[in-house]
Design a protein. Structure first.
Length: 212
């Protein structure tokens, strides 16, 4: 199991790296990287520690089961505003499980929790600024009586010398995107920067930080 997980993550990083080559050329031609638009942290940032905090949210350390839902690989490159890769940046993600519930004491959603899902994890960028996670497609959930939040993943990126970035990533064509109050509060160009496509189970989400 551990071997197959490592092989899958290695293969996905290679796929992301191939995408990065063409993206890097486009960034060079553009001359600069736009800083990723910030979004609200939301009410469910992790407040409880957990034994497993790695970048594979599908498999919880010490449990034989696998998380429910569609497995996806999320990865990309963290850069500065001049398109230079940011090494040793800490990337955190947290999200709902497939049923649409967070493992958070403030979430009163009656949907079932998934004991085999990790809910949040961490990755550190390599010398090329690359990061990746293995996770599942999050479920949508009711934010209030008239608003359902679409499938999304929360991100927080830290690195000394840069402003902390908190944002959210959405999926192209997901039901509820056009009505989501948080996503629709962004300008059109900023919305495009935080919506990704799933290609063969892989999502590319590059992140650009602002220097202090």
């Amino acid at each position: 199991m551990e071997l197959s997980r490592r092989h899958l993550l290695k293969a996905s990083l290679g796929a992301i790296g191939t995408l990065a080559a063409s993206s890097a050329l486009a960034q060079t031609l553009a001359g600069a990287c736009r800083v990723t638009p910030a979004q609200t942290e939301g009410p469910f940032y992790p407040v409880k520690d957990q034994d497993d905090t790695d970048n594979d949210l599908v498999q919880v350390k010490g449990r034989p089961g696998r998380a429910k839902g569609d497995v996806i690989i999320v990865g990309g490159i963290v850069t500065d505003g001049d398109c230079r890769p940011v090494e040793r940046a800490l990337v955190e993600i947290w999200q709902a499980c497939a049923s649409g519930r967070y493992n958070h004491p403030g979430d009163d959603n009656p949907a079932e929790l998934d004991p085999d899902f990790q809910y949040w994890g961490r990755a550190v960028t390599n010398e090329r600024g690359e990061y990746r996670f293995r996770t599942i497609l999050p479920g949508a959930y009711p934010a209030d009586a008239t608003w359902t939040r679409p499938s999304h993943i929360h991100f927080k990126v830290h690195r000394k010398g840069y402003h902390e970035l908190t944002t959210q990533m959405y999926f192209k064509g997901a039901p509820g995107n056009d009505e989501d109050k948080i996503l629709q509060s962004l300008k059109p160009a900023d919305r495009d920067a935080v919506i990704v496509e799933i290609n063969g189970g892989v999502c590319r989400f590059d992140l650009a930080l602002r220097k202090v």
